[in-house]
Structure formats: structure tokens, C-alpha cells
Design a protein around this ligand. Structure first.
Ligand code: ADP
Length: 269
């Protein structure tokens, strides 16, 4: 199965922009230095992935990002034998590459993955820091600059899909949420190029849309969607059209809920 994994070398590019909210950068750096795995909790689109790419670049480590899904197995992470040019060759998966190369492996939405994934994560997350590759007979010891980072969204996990205590208690954990309004305004302005006053109005609107979460909506509008909205407005799209396409349609298919969201948008613009 093809994996959405990307290896990026920090030296090849500039530091990705990340506006810190608290001391999360200091905590990440210490976890890295102390060889501790990190768990990031928080809603979708609130900056977790950007944070990890920023920190990987800052620490000068290659980053291997895997978006987990319900078909993802341990072999997708560790590797498998593939037939190449008539020969069977072992090909490392992203987790194995991160261990061999001393990089950061980021498993996004880890609870989505199949159960056998936790079997490979457990020995890597205790002080042995080992990755057994059954198929090749290797037992890899993670170097000091290897780090495992996983994320999950506690908001929409049902009970069967939350992390088991035996897994989560192996991680240092940080909670993420949408940034405070002034910070979110600055992030949206910087990412989209839209003037700060207009971004402030979008952030205010987001607060009222987020207040509707729980009643009819599973998730509040994300910082990512605000950036999309501001980007379209900045490119010349009419505000209401941009807002419908970014703050209404992606959030709900229900006509009544959509109407409620549009009412809040009309009240702002
Ligand atoms: P997550 O991984 O939590 O789903 P992302 O990291 O992909 O979310 O964030 C979505 C977008 O929101 C980013 O691409 C970026 O434009 C913006 N963003 C959110 N928080 C921040 C932040 N603190 N600094 C910079 N950009 C941010």
C-alpha cells in the first residue's frame, strides 16, 4: 500500500513558520534531548503538523510524516520485501528509516492505525528504544537523535478508537487548541496575506462558529480553514462565497446546520 510519508531534510529548506503559543517548543526540545516520545493531542487543523515540521527543522533532523488510516499496518511503518527487477529486496518503511537515520517519525492520527502498530511502538517508547524487524531478523537500537511523535484528536474518537492507557502512558503529552484570538489573527494574516483587520473579523466569526460545536457540529472551524478562507478573499473571491466554501461546506452536509453557520457569517459580513 502506498504511504503518505515524506522525508524532508532540514538543511534543504528554511524553518517552517510556527507561532508558538506557550512553551511547547521548549518541551519538544527537552523531550528530544532526553530521548522521550511525545504525544500531541488536539483538534484537526490547529497547528500540530506545522509545529512538528518546525521543530524537526530547528533540531536539524529529517522528518518522516505518516498520516495514519484504518488500513495502516505495522509493515507499512517498518518495511517489507518487494519484488524489484526480478529480485526480492527489503525496503525500509518510514519508521525504520527514521530509526536508522536518526530522524523524527511523526504518526499523525495514530489511533486510526491497525492494532499491530502499537506492538512495534511499545519497545521503541520505553528505555530500550528498540525496533525489532521480524522479517529481516534485525533488532535496531534507536540512536539518540531518533524521536517518535504521535498525534490524535480526542474530540472525535469514539471509545473503541481512543489510545489505550498502556500506550498513552508511554508518552510525554502536550495539549493543543486553537490559538488565542490575537495570535490566530496574526497567523492567518501571515499565512494568507490578508490584512490583519480582516483576519481579526474572521477570527471573531470563528469564535461564534466554534460556539456551535457540540450542538450540531462535530468539530469547530479550524485555523487551517480560516487560512483557506483568508487566502481566497485575499485572492479576490467575494467574502460570502469564500466563507461558504471554507467555513460552511467542509463542516457540515446538513442543510439546517449550514443555514445556522451562514446566519453567523451574515451577521459578521
Ligand atoms: P493539524 O496538524 O493540527 O491538523 P496543521 O499543523 O496542519 O494542523 O495546521 C493547519 C494550518 O494552520 C497550518 O498549515 C498553518 O497555516 C496554520 N497554523 C495553525 N497554527 C499555527 C501556528 N501556531 N503557527 C503557524 N501556523 C499555524
Amino acid at each position: 500500500m502506498p504511504l503518505s510519508s515524506v522525508a524532508t531534510s532540514a538543511s534543504e529548506r528554511e524553518l517552517p513558520f510556527y507561532q508558538r503559543i506557550g512553551n511547547e517548543c521548549g518541551m519538544f526540545e527537552q523531550a528530544f534531548r532526553q530521548r522521550l516520545p511525545l504525544l500531541l493531542k488536539g483538534p484537526t487543523g490547529c497547528g500540530k503538523t506545522r509545529f512538528v515540521s518546525h521543530m524537526a527543522a530547528r533540531l536539524g533532523r529529517p522528518l518522516f510524516t505518516v498520516s495514519c488510516h484504518d488500513d495502516l499496518t505495522a509493515a507499512d511503518l517498518t518495511g517489507r520485501y518487494l519484488l524489484q527487477g526480478g529480485e526480492t529486496r527489503w525496503v525500509d518503511g518510514p519508521l525504520t528509516r527514521a530509526v536508522r537515520e536518526g530522524g523524527i517519525c511523526y504518526l499523525d492520527e495514530v489511533v486510526e492505525a491497525r492494532k499491530d502498530v502499537t506492538v512495534v511502538l511499545h519497545p521503541l517508547t520505553d528505555d530500550r528504544r528498540l525496533l525489532p524487524l521480524e522479517r529481516t531478523g534485525e533488532l535496531l537500537e534507536a540512536p539518540d537523535d531518533f524521536m517518535l511523535v504521535v498525534s490524535y484528536n480526542p474530540g472525535y474518537q469514539h471509545i473503541l478508537k481512543s489510545l489505550k492507557p498502556s500506550t498513552r502512558q508511554r508518552f510525554v503529552a502536550l495539549s493543543f487548541d486553537f490559538p488565542p484570538p490575537a495570535t490566530e489573527r496574526d497567523i492567518v494574516a501571515r499565512e494568507s496575506g490578508l490584512p490583519a483587520e480582516q483576519c481579526a473579523a474572521l477570527v471573531n466569526l470563528a469564535a461564534s462558529l466554534r460556539a456551535m460545536k457540540g450542538q450540531d457540529l462535530e468539530e469547530g472551524v479550524s485555523t487551517r480553514l480560516l487560512v483557506y478562507c483568508a487566502t481566497l478573499i485575499s485572492a479576490g473571491m467575494p467574502i460570502l462565497e469564500a466563507a461558504r466554501a471554507t467555513l460552511v461546506e467542509p463542516l457540515s452536509d446538513d442543510a439546517d446546520v449550514q443555514e445556522g453557520l451562514m446566519e453567523a457569517i451574515h451577521a459578521t459580513f
